[in-house]
Design a protein around this ligand. Structure first.
Ligand code: FNR
Length: 180
């Protein structure tokens, strides 16, 4: 059974991006499991030296390492990747010796939702150098940018049928790529 871990780059209760990963897990309950970046402290090498890897980070690393693929739904902040998401990725690369088992060759798909007209195009693009550096295997066969998300997602629940269909097609294609 192909297993995808899906993480949202937002901590907001009614996050559009969390709504997308939750919907994906509902659509593909056997294949998609939602992971979380909630509770991850700001990265600080002094903290790492004194206390080691936080449990929330160790859990996330394990989930990614054991999954056949990683789905990231990123918000866009100031045309880039939100700090909390980059922070979570940075923690997940610690210690450095674990990077191969967590990220090397890992199929990764990126989606995103925003209330504006471009639906996180720039944030998705801004993740690419990170995915390349970590030697992941980014999946480019599909694209999903959910624009005007406020009209499609209400109180953290995806309501728009056309977006549901696009999400289903995207995630279905990614699952197939990750092993069927
Ligand atoms: C934003 N937002 C935003 N949207 C966008 O499309 N492009 C952008 O550059 C920005 N920049 C930005 C900066 C900051 C600091 C904030 C707080 C917000 C709006 C953003 O897309 C919106 O808040 C989304 O709702 C965030 O995603 P979640 O939390 O709904 O998943």
């Amino acid at each position: 059974m192909t297993r995808i871990v899906a993480i949202s780059g937002s901590l907001r209760k009614h996050s559009f991006n969390t709504a997308l990963v939750n919907s994906a897990a509902k659509m593909f309950p056997d294949n998609v499991r939602v992971g979380t970046i909630a509770g991850i402290p700001p990265f600080n090498e002094d903290l790492e030296d004194s206390e080691g890897i936080p449990d929330v980070v160790a859990r996330l690393k394990n989930e990614i390492a054991q999954a056949d693929g990683l789905l990231i739904s990123t918000p866009e902040y100031n045309n880039g990747v939100p700090g909390v998401l980059k922070n979570a990725i940075d923690w997940a690369t610690r210690p450095f010796r674990d990077v191969p088992k967590v990220f090397h060759g890992k199929p990764v798909a990126v989606i995103g939702a925003s209330p504006g007209g471009f639906g996180t195009t720039l944030a998705q693009t801004a993740l690419l150098p990170v995915l390349r550096t970590l030697k992941t295997d980014p999946w480019f066969a599909g694209r999903l940018m959910v624009s005007h998300a406020g009209e499609k997602i209400e109180e953290g629940v995806l309501q728009d049928e056309e977006t549901r269909e696009r999400l289903e097609k995207f995630v279905g294609g990614f699952i197939e790529y990750c092993g069927g």
